[in-house]
Design a binder for this molecule. Sequence first.
Ligand code: KPL
Length: 295
Amino acid sequence: MRVVVFGAGSLGSLIGGLLADEHDVTLIGREPHVRAVRDHGLEITGEIETTSYPGAATAVSGPAELAIVTVKSYDTPEAARALQALDTDVVLSLQNGLGNEEALDEALAATVLAGTCTYGARLIEPGVVRCTGAGEVTLGARSGGRSEAAERVGNAVRRAGIDATVATDMPRRLWEKLAINAGINAVTALARVENGALGDGPANDVATRAVRETAHVARANGIDLPDERATAALDTVVETTAANRSSMYQDLEAGRRTEIDAINGAVLERANDPVPVNETLAALVRAWERERKLR
Ligand code: KPL
């Protein structure tokens, strides 16, 4: 299958690199990473050790059967515009936050699938990505139900050795992943700790409360997400990505804008009842961004 991965940061590079063992993959990213991958291949270290040889470019070209979008949520509109130049049948979003699929669907004629990914990844240097947690990919029709395109993509992803589930309840899965990110990302970023530090103690309390608030907001928005399911998902991801620095921690470290608006901000936006933990986390990260003129 010819696959384009749009957004070759840490996660996009890891997923694209793994897919390249089985498929004809092109990573779309920035220099100097793109040149390093083109010259020496992509080295994957950590929990998975391999070198793969995807193509790499700074702009999309040519036809593809599948485009996987892994850009930050605030870059989704720009990704959607860039992907208009690509002749592709299916687009799969593997991004954090809510609303990415809608933005892609509005701009593109292709079938847009929703997806979540709990792999931990860290770009160590240009051309080298570390897998800090082998999680799983879940994908399916964005409004739920069966999808022939999702079955096809699920099979292709599994053929490359990635643990992938095709789900018929993606709206719930997206909220569950939102709850996980609402619990993990801001807390690990502000406390500067790896995901495993949320296993117990005070940080675990804060994360668990943020997850419960998110599950409550999900239910108020018509999504069947019990607290127990959401907190169990948090525990699983904390364990499987214990050695990972969350994407928001990596953003803070690099002095980059974060996905706070699409994560704790999205919970706030959709809440009718008070969500004090999400509100506090969003306020603190936004204060950090404002101080650095990132918003
Ligand atoms: O999605 C993630 C992120 O860091 O954004 C998890 C799964 C929490 C891994 O760190």
